[in-house]
Design a protein around this ligand. Structure first.
Ligand SMILES: NC(=O)c1ccc[n+]([C@@H]2O[C@H](COP(=O)([O-])OP(=O)(O)OC[C@H]3O[C@@H](n4cnc5c(N)ncnc54)[C@H](OP(=O)(O)O)[C@@H]3O)[C@@H](O)[C@H]2O)c1
Length: 265
């Protein structure tokens, strides 16, 4: 059991990160759980240990380089290796650009969602390169493939995550380090508590397209077992990704008529 893979999960205190921690913990992975809310991490780590798993929590703000350094050092001291980095911490402020605060909404979002993910990867990579083994899994979003109104800064961050993921995958292949991107559509988590989204039209993702955090966690486990370039969730949304790439003008028109003109009227 002690030889089971070691996984660092950022954003483990709720939603996708929490569900992934529970699932990987139940499958014997050794876990280091990171986020800012320490009590929640400790409760989760205790729950996993109580079910015969191995997990420790460490309060970490991914916008602080010293926190990231401590997270990786702590992992190496405790377990001696990092096999998987699940870069999942993030949030979205989903409003018209003119309503977003330049610091609290714009800079902070890019810092957590993009820079935090890049910096955490940089801290972990030397250990993976040295072992010629490892897997970086970056949580982007469908918004990293399709940019829609009120998602401008979120999409900028998540397109950034996609570019980073693609380039790094091509850099790292020769070292035996896998790099994957996860692109979920709407997932029922605490994410929506932080978006600040106000919709006149009440338009929402239909229930049948919405995912649970547990469904995403299941896909992450599959990805760890069989590394792939990317996972778009739900899979049917690959059609939307292709449509957006092939006929962007049609998507512009549909979004304008179906959403922007109604919201802005
Ligand atoms: N829910 C969706 O519809 C959806 C769709 C596509 C992609 N995603 C992406 O999925 C990821 C996880 O989101 P979720 O849906 O699970 O939302 P969530 O339940 O709100 O979880 C977000 C996690 O990120 C952590 N976090 C936020 N800021 C942080 C910081 N500065 N440092 C460290 N951790 C931080 C939060 O923990 P603390 O507050 O304790 O720090 C929390 O654990 C995000 O990257 C999000 O963009 C979500």
């Amino acid at each position: 059991m002690d030889q089971s893979p070691v996984v660092i999960i950022t954003g483990a205190s709720s939603g996708i990160g929490e569900a992934t921690a529970r699932l990987l913990g139940a499958h014997g992975y050794r876990l280091v759980l990171a986020a800012r809310r320490q009590e929640r991490l400790e409760r989760l780590a205790e729950e996993i240990r109580g079910a015969d798993g191995q997990a420790v929590g460490l309060a970490t703000d991914v916008t602080r380089l010293e926190d990231i350094q401590r997270l990786v050092e702590h992992t190496m001291e405790r377990f001696g290796q990092v096999d998987v980095l699940f870069n999942n911490a993030g949030f979205g402020r989903l409003d018209w650009l003119e309503h977003l605060d330049p610091v609290r909404d714009v800079a902070r979002q890019v810092h957590v969602d993009l820079l935090g993910l890049i910096h955490t990867t940089q801290a972990v990579l030397p250990y993976m390169i040295a072992r010629r083994n490892g897997h970086i899994i970056n949580v982007a979003s469908l918004a990293g493939h399709i940019a829609v109104p009120t998602y401008s800064v979120y999409a900028a961050s998540k397109f950034g995550v996609r570019g980073f993921t693609d380039a790094l995958r091509r850099e790292m292949g020769v070292w035996g380090v896998h790099v994957s991107g996860v692109y979920p559509g709407s997932v029922a988590t605490e994410f929506e508590l932080h978006t600040g989204a106000r919709r006149k039209t009440g338009l929402r993702t239909p229930g049948w397209l919405r995912l649970s955090a547990e469904q995403v966690a299941g896909e992450v486990l599959r990805l760890i077992r069989r590394p792939r370039r990317q996972v778009v969730l739900p899979r049917v949304m690959l059609l939307a990704v292709w449509l957006n790439a092939l006929v962007p003008g049609v998507v512009d028109f549909a979004v304008r008529k179906g959403f922007v003109e109604r919201e802005r009227s």
